[in-house]
Design a protein around this ligand. Structure first.
Ligand SMILES: C[S@@+](CC[C@H](N)C(=O)[O-])C[C@H]1O[C@@H](n2cnc3c(N)ncnc32)[C@H](O)[C@@H]1O
Length: 276
């Protein structure tokens, strides 16, 4: 039995049924069930979020596959609504949401989370799951958290931590940590930032005017394929010394991936409210 199928045995049967509607994808070297595995990870992380059945939830940075959007639509239920905010990468979002049967529960909105197109306290909860890494800098994170606290009485943040307790997590971090340098060296812009320490995330929430209600670390026992990127992309790095250095690091990371696989590092989760 696959690792996914084993884990699905312990999951709500309704969500397991939804996951089996999510398409298998042909993106080698990723396993065909990578999207289902990632959605199960989001479902497990969202168990820590104060998501109420029938409520309206804003999701910041939903991304091109709706990885957290699908479990969120399941958890808010038939009478709930998800406002999915994304700056630019819609990709397969509509197709996946339709296949999961959730097209009607979700309102996709294109926009910048630094200026949310929503009135104060207009949603029950605002959350960002595995999207903090894409916010490009700490000052932007603070701006976004402040906006989330404006539109919702509570926010929920979840992001991988720069911590490895086994070899598969170490392999993930080795490959993932190349991404920030790769983007910087090729586009001059930052993306896929190094994961933040849990304590730092809490400090940024406080800077944004929030008070942390709960702060936890969640261990998920699932593969995390998404750090991988093709070696050839590094060949576009202009500075030869930098290119050689990054290629050597990529080779080492890929060897670790082949030896140990690649797992989700522990995930830091925070629930916060506006401070008075
Ligand atoms: C890592 S991805 C997808 C995260 C997704 N929630 C998941 O569970 O995997 C984060 C997304 O945030 C989006 N994003 C980054 N900055 C943003 C901003 N300022 N406003 C809205 N979306 C943003 C990116 O375009 C990207 O698609």
């Amino acid at each position: 039995m696959s690792r996914l199928e084993t884990q699905l045995e312990g999951v709500d049967s309704g969500f397991a049924r939804v996951l089996r509607e999510v398409p298998l994808l042909d993106n080698p070297p990723l396993a065909p069930d990578w999207l289902r595995c990632e959605m199960l990870e989001r479902y497990q992380v969202l168990q820590q979020a104060p998501v109420v059945h029938g409520s309206t939830v804003l999701e910041v940075g939903s991304g091109g596959h709706g990885i957290a959007t699908v479990p969120l639509a399941f958890l808010t239920g038939e009478t709930g609504r998800v406002v999915a905010l994304e700056r630019e990468r819609w990709g397969m979002f509509r197709e996946i949401l339709t296949q999961a049967g959730y097209r009607d529960r979700i309102r996709p909105v294109t926009g910048d989370a630094r200026q949310l197109p929503l009135t104060p306290t207009s949603v029950d909860l605002a959350l960002c799951v595995h999207g903090i890494r894409s916010l490009r800098s700490e000052p932007i994170m603070v701006e976004v958290f402040r906006e989330m606290l404006r539109v919702a009485p509570k926010i929920f943040l979840a992001e991988s931590l720069p911590v490895a307790v086994n070899d598969a997590q170490r392999a993930h971090l080795e490959m993932y940590d190349l991404r920030q340098e790769f983007f910087e060296a090729t586009t001059g812009e930052r993306d896929d930032l190094h994961y933040l320490a849990q304590e730092r995330l809490g400090q940024l929430v406080a800077e944004a005017g929030g008070v942390v209600l709960t702060s936890k670390v969640v261990e998920v026992d699932l593969p995390h394929a998404l750090a991988y990127f093709p070696r050839d992309l590094l060949k576009s790095v202009k500075d030869p010394k930098r290119r050689e250095e990054l290629l050597a690091r990529w080779d080492r990371a890929e060897q670790l991936l082949r030896l140990h696989g690649t797992d989700h590092p522990p995930v830091g989760v925070i629930v916060a409210a506006r401070s008075l």
